[in-house]
Design a protein around this ligand. Structure first.
Ligand code: PA5
Length: 329
């Protein structure tokens, strides 16, 4: 997993030079995918937003009803190519006559794409899906660009690769390692709660949560400012002796966040500080949306490895996920 984390800049460079081929034009996009693949759909919503394109991600079975009438381009993403929820979306989309694009290492998704004459973009195999973020999100970014649903992504992917390489440093000796060591120390044995700002911060917070879950086998949750200002901040008052001891909040700040969101981060910390642990804050770097997002995500990667190392846990296997999939098969 450490090697895969260090390989993120190369994955992003690979995507920067990818030619996605002929992709149908789209003014509405639906990305389908689960877990480590589905997060590419969340990234896609940010990139499409730059072009004013409606793009949403579906993480579940079947085709959402709106897609039957709005007829988006379906981008189905599954690293293995065998995830049943995603395959069910593809089957219903094909039956409804939607245009589609498939992204996977192979698997059943590649076969179904071929059967429907959908473009299939093959990403390199041999990784855990969550460790292939650069390949998957990068490929989806290039698909959106080719569909006219997002601006040109080559420069942003190249910038994101440079920002990631700088933060990771050679053999994980860069700023992300120091930052994650401090966060791990501050977090201690507490449940991690990740707060992000609307848009980019929310995507980052979700990925932080899942990287801590899967790599460090750590309990982690996430929420978004401003929405949590309208509910969650009220919920810290009842059992502060427990929440102060057992929950640690890490805030993700984006240099592009709206000023009012920034002010809300500050006020939120003041209001809840007595009732819950405040561990620290991480700020984005870079210019493009992709680079700023990736700059936050590499710290999550580093923290997940740090927490795993402190517990003597192997970050690679995800036995509960495998067990569930075996039971369903
Ligand atoms: O991280 C993981 O292994 C999971 O979240 C998978 O990504 C998820 O189960 C979906 O599998 P796939 O990415 O192969 O479609």
């Amino acid at each position: 997993m450490r090697e895969a984390v260090l390989g993120l800049p190369d994955q992003l460079r690979w995507a920067a030079s990818l030619d996605p081929g002929e992709i149908p034009a789209a003014d509405t996009v639906l990305v389908a995918g689960m877990g480590g693949s589905g997060i590419s759909g969340d990234v896609a919503t940010l990139l499409a937003g730059e072009a004013g394109t409606f793009c949403t991600v579906h993480k579940g079975y079947g085709l959402p009803a709106w897609a039957q009438t709005q007829r988006p381009l379906l981008v189905a993403v599954s690293y293995s190519g065998n995830t049943e929820e995603t395959l069910s979306v593809v089957e219903e989309a094909a039956a409804a006559g939607l245009e589609g694009v498939a992204v996977s290492t192979g698997g059943r998704l590649a076969e179904v794409a071929a059967a429907h004459q959908w473009p299939h973009l093959q990403v390199p195999a041999g990784l855990q899906p969550r460790a292939a973020l650069g390949y998957l999100a990068g490929t989806v970014a290039r698909v959106l660009e080719a569909a006219g649903a997002a601006p040109a992504q080559g420069p942003a992917l190249t910038e994101a690769a440079a920002v990631a390489a700088e933060l990771l440093g050679p053999d994980l000796t860069g700023p992300a390692a120091g930052l994650s060591a401090d966060l791990a120390e501050g977090l201690g044995d507490r449940i991690a709660l990740i707060y992000g700002g609307q848009g980019l911060g929310a995507v980052a917070a979700q990925r932080w949560k899942t990287q801590l879950n899967e790599n460090a086998k750590w309990p982690a949750f996430w929420n978004v400012i401003p929405e949590l200002n309208h509910n969650e901040i009220v919920g810290w008052g009842a059992i502060p002796q427990l929440t102060r001891r057992d929950v640690g909040i890490i805030s993700l700040r984006d240099r592009g966040e709206p000023a009012r969101v920034g002010r809300r981060f500050e006020l939120t910390a003041e209001i809840i500080a007595a009732d819950v642990g405040i561990v620290g804050e991480v700020s984005s770097q870079g210019q493009s949306i992709l680079a700023r997002l990736i700059s936050l995500l590499v710290v999550a990667d580093a923290l997940s490895l740090e927490l795993a190392a402190r517990k003597g846990i192997d970050p690679l296997p995800v036995e509960p996920i495998d067990k569930l999939k075996r039971s369903l098969a």
